[in-house]
Design a protein around this ligand. Sequence first.
Ligand code: GRF
Length: 219
Amino acid sequence: MSAVVILISGRGSNLQAILKAVERGELDVRIAAVISNNPSAPGLAIAARAGVTTQVIDHRLYAARELFDRALIQAIDAHRPDLVVLAGFMRILGTELIEHYRGRLMNIHPSLLPEFKGLNTHARALAAGVTRHGASVHFVTPEVDGGPIIVQAPVAVHTKDSVETLAARVLEQEHRILPQAIAWFAADRLRIDAGQVLLDDRPVAEQGLLVHDRAAGSR
Ligand code: GRF
């Protein structure tokens, strides 16, 4: 069974969605540990309640990002994970760490990438007046929010939406697609080929899993 280490920084609702999927028997993985860079992340209590080992690597205690990243690598590797999942992990990671976990480091991002990389995605989507927003799960590469996309989920933007109502609708989709992507990885159904993700040896873009079919050149 695949061992998964989950990194969080805050609330932990995506972590909770993963734990629930495991509990319900929809996700056949072992959550080896939950690691937070933030000692007061509410998600730590969610993990502890589920009986999952928790650990804090407080980035504020490290003089440089490289030192924090190395401490994080050590902490993660102690659990020998097959997969590392960034589930609301709000620190930018350096190239050394990202290369160390190449092909087995996944992130959930609250936008339809490549749109709205970075922070405050919901406010930016509203300000841009888009009619469609959503969430993406992708493999992490050194380009922030730029790695190969595994699956996306669109949501309609309503004229009356506030950042909060839009974020809540996107979050529901995050809770669906992150456990799904982990399940595919754990079942050894994902590959990366020439910067594209294949599910069962077919590009995810051809299987309706991406909102923008970049392979077909629509963007
Ligand atoms: C999510 O919207 C995630 O996509 C973003 O931060 C939020 C974390 O939420 N990167 P939670 O901690 O999983 O509740």
